[in-house]
Design a binder for this molecule. Structure first.
Ligand code: M6R
Length: 609
C-alpha cells in the first residue's frame, strides 16, 4: 500500500515528486525516499519516519534535477529504517527502483543472487527485485526490455518505477496487481500510484494496465505490452476535485476503506498460500511449538477484540483448542491464569494501543509466548511480540475501523487453518478452508453491491431511538462489531446481545419504532434466531435481517432482508455480514450529518490508558 511518484521535465524534479508524495502520505508513512539523476549518477535521499524527515533532508540538500522518482513506504518486508526505505539500487548502482507490492519469491531469488556474490543492504523484497532487474540490464538491453524480462522471474504484486544512469532522460514503470497511473503534460510527464498525486499538475491520465510497461521521456510516453510491442492508449480527463481525490473519489475515508475490503482480503492472503494450496507464514513459530500450545488467550480492544471473538469461534470449533478473549484493559489488571504452554495473541491495528502493550508486558514477565496480529509494521506491539503476523491492510485513516477488522478476521482464519495443517487436526478439511479464503475477496465484492439497498434503510434507522443487534454463534460476534460501528459514527444508542439473551432482559427495551438488526447467516441456528426476531416484531420493532442467498425464511418475518453469499464455513458468511452493517453505520451517520472520519471524543490510536 505504498505511495509512488515520478517526474521528468523542466521543473525541479525533486521538489515535484516531494509535492506528489505529500498527496500520497495516506498510502504509507513509515519512511520515504527520492532518487534523482545528477552529474551522471543516481543519488538517493531516504529517511525513516514521517515524510517531514525526508522534507528536512530535501531542504538541507536542495538538489536540482530534471528527473526523479519517489516513494512513501508502508513496510511489509523489513522494519521502517533508513536502509529499508525505498528507492533501492541494484548490485552495481546502475539503476534505482521504487516498488508498491510484495514479491512472494524474493527469498529464493535472494539466495540465488547471494550465491553469485550479490550483496544486499536492506531486508526488503524490493532490493531483491532491483538486483534481478539490474542483472538483466547488465546484458546491455534497453531499460524497458530489462524490466520486462526481469518481471517474468518475479511472483507477487508490484508496481515498479525504475531509472538508470546509463539512460538518463527516461523513466520506466510496470505493474501487476498494484496501481500505476501516468500523468501527461506538455514537455513533462508524471507517474503516481494514485490520481490525487497528479491533479495539481495535470488532469490527463493513463491508467497502466496489468503487464504493460510505460516508458516516459520529457516529450512522450510509450506504452508497451508484455511482449514489448508498442500499444495505443486512450488518455482520460479526470474531473475530481483535489480533496475528494485523496480519498480516491469517496466522500469519506470510512467509505473508501469499506470498499477496499475485497483488495484487503487479497493482500492478507498474498504470499501465504503456496501453489500446492498449503498455508505458510514467514518467521513464525516452529511446528513443534504450534503442536505444544494447549490454550490460546486473545487480548485486544474495541474492534480488534471483536475480531478476537471470531478467532475464538474458529480455534474452538475447528481445532477444539480452548481459547479465551480478553479486553486488554481487564487483562492487564486482572491477574489472569496463564498456562506455561499457552499462546497469547495480541490483535491491534495500530500496534500502539496502551492497554494492549501493558498486557503484552505482563505476558513477557510471565514468560508466555506472544504473537502479534498487527497492521502497522514496526509498531510497538509488532516489535515486542515474539512473532508477528502483519495484516497487510494498508493505512487505515478513518477512526472507525472497518478494513482492519476484515483483515484481522481473515488472518485469524488463515492461522486457524494453518494450525489445523500443522497439527493435522482430525476432520478439518484444510483444502476447503483455503478455497473459501480464496473465494472471500470476490464474495466481499458482491456484498458491496448491497449498498443501494442499505442506503435506503439509513433514514428509518437514523430516526430509531435505539437499535438492537442480535445473532447467534459467529453472527453474535459480528453483531457486536455492527453495533460498535453504528454508535461510534452515528451516535445512536445500541443494544447488542446474543439473540437468545434478549428474553433475559433487553427485550424490555423493545417498543414501537425501534429497529433490530438480526444476523441470521448460520443455518444451524437460524430457526432459533427467527423466533427471537418474531418476539421483537410482536412488540413493535422493525426488523432488518442479514442472511445468506440460499435462505428464504427470513422474508417471512423481517421487514427488510439483505443477503450475503453462502459460504461453506459459517464463519465466512458471518464475516461477510459485517459489510452491510459497516455501510449502514456510514449512511446513517451521513444522514444525521455526523463527522464520519473523526467521531467526537474518539482517537484513531489510543496510546493512553
Ligand atoms: O489500534 P487497535 O486495533 O489496537 O485499536 C483498538 C481500538 O481502539 C479500535 O479497534 C477501536 O475500537 C476502533 N476505532 C473502533 O472502530
Amino acid at each position: 500500500m505504498c505511495g509512488i511518484a515520478g517526474y521528468i521535465g523542466p521543473r525541479n524534479a525533486v521538489r515535484t515528486v516531494f509535492e506528489q508524495l505529500k498527496l500520497l502520505e495516506y498510502r504509507g508513512y513509515d519512511s520515504a525516499g527520492i532518487a534523482y539523476l545528477a552529474n551522471g549518477e543516481i543519488r538517493i535521499l531516504k529517511r525513516a519516519g514521517k515524510l517531514s524527515a525526508l522534507g528536512k533532508a530535501v531542504e538541507e540538500e536542495m538538489p536540482e534535477a530534471s528527473q526523479a522518482i519517489a516513494h512513501s513506504r508502508w513496510a511489509t518486508h523489513g522494519g521502517p529504517t533508513d536502509e529499508n526505505a525505498h528507492p533501492h539500487y541494484d548490485q552495481y548502482q546502475q539503476i534505482a527502483i521504487i516498488h508498491n507490492g510484495i514479491i512472494e519469491n524474493y527469498l529464493e531469488l535472494k539466495d540465488r543472487l547471494a550465491a553469485e556474490g550479490h550483496v544486499f543492504r536492506s531486508e526488503t523484497d524490493t532490493e531483491v527485485a532491483a538486483h534481478v532487474i539490474g542483472r538483466e540490464y547488465e546484458d546491455g538491453l534497453p531499460l524497458e526490455e530489462a524490466v520486462s524480462r526481469a518481471v517474468h522471474k518475479l511472483r507477487g504484486a508490484y508496481a515498479f518505477v525504475v531509472v538508470s544512469k546509463r539512460e538518463p532522460g527516461k523513466i520506466v514503470a510496470t505493474r501487476n496487481a498494484s496501481p500505476l497511473i501516468v500523468g501527461l503534460g506538455e514537455g513533462e510527464q508524471f507517474l503516481a500510484s494514485d490520481i490525487p498525486a497528479l491533479l495539481p499538475f495535470t488532469r490527463k491520465v493513463v491508467v497502466v494496465k496489468e503487464g504493460q510497461v510505460a516508458v516516459l521521456t520529457r516529450d512522450a510516453v510509450r506504452i508497451l505490452d508484455s511482449t514489448g510491442r508498442e500499444t495505443e492508449f486512450e488518455p482520460m480527463e479526470v474531473q475530481w476535485d483535489v480533496a475528494a481525490a485523496e480519498r480516491g473519489g469517496y466522500e469519506h475515508f470510512m467509505l473508501k476503506e469499506i470498499h477496499e475490503q475485497p483488495e484487503v482480503i487479497r493482500q492478507c492472503l498474498l504470499g501465504r498460500i503456496d501453489e500446492a494450496g498449503r498455508i505458510r507464514f514467514e518467521n513464525i513459530f516452529s511446528d513443534y511449538v504450534w503442536t505444544e500450545i494447549d490454550r490460546i488467550n486473545i487480548v485486544a480492544c474495541g474492534t480488534a477484540y471483536h475480531a478476537g471473538l471470531l478467532g475464538k469461534h474458529l480455534f474452538e470449533s475447528l481445532l477444539r483448542l480452548p481459547t479465551d478473549v480478553f479486553f486488554s484493559s481487564e487483562f492487564r489488571y486482572g491477574d489472569p491464569v496463564l498456562s506455561e504452554k499457552s499462546l497469547a495473541i495480541f490483535i491491534s491495528q495500530s500496534g500502539e494501543t496502551a492497554d494492549s502493550l501493558a498486557a503484552l508486558k505482563l505476558c513477557q514477565q510471565r514468560r508466555i509466548r506472544t504473537l502479534g496480529v498487527v497492521n502497522v509494521m514496526g509498531s510497538s506491539i509488532a516489535r515486542e511480540c515474539d512473532r508477528t503476523i502483519l495484516t497487510q491492510a494498508g493505512p487505515e485513516i478513518s477512526v472507525a475501523s472497518t478494513k482492519a477488522y476484515m483483515a484481522q478476521s481473515v488472518v485469524l482464519a488463515l492461522l486457524a487453518f494453518y494450525l489445523a495443517q500443522v497439527r493435522e487436526a482430525p476432520g478439518v478439511r484444510v483444502g476447503e478452508g483455503v478455497e473459501e479464503l480464496r473465494r472471500m475477496a470476490d464474495a466481499a465484492k458482491r456484498v458491496l453491491e448491497l449498498e443501494p439497498q442499505v442506503r435506503e434503510l439509513a433514514e428509518p434507522v437514523a430516526r430509531s431511538p435505539l437499535v438492537f443487534f442480535i445473532g447467534r454463534a459467529a453472527d453474535a460476534h459480528v453483531a457486536l462489531e455492527g453495533a460498535l460501528k453504528l454508535k461510534e459514527v452515528a451516535y445512536i444508542p445500541t443494544q447488542e446481545s446474543p439473540a437468545g439473551e434478549m428474553k433475559h432482559g433487553p427485550l424490555a427495551l423493545v417498543e414501537r419504532g425501534v429497529v433490530a438488526i438480526a444476523g441470521a447467516t448460520d443455518a444451524h441456528v437460524r430457526e432459533k434466531t427467527l423466533s427471537n426476531m418474531m418476539e421483537i416484531k410482536a412488540r413493535g420493532g422493525r426488523l432488518i435481517a442479514i442472511t445468506t442467498e440460499d435462505d428464504w425464511s427470513c422474508e417471512q418475518v423481517a421487514d427488510h432482508v439483505l443477503k450475503v453469499p453462502k459460504m461453506r464455513f459459517d464463519f465466512f458468511s458471518a464475516l461477510l455480514s459485517v459489510i452491510p452493517m459497516q455501510l449502514l453505520a456510514y449512511h446513517v451517520a451521513r444522514e444525521r450529518g455526523c463527522e464520519i472520519d473523526q467521531p467526537r471524543n474518539l482517537a484513531k490510536s489510543v496510546t493512553v490508558e
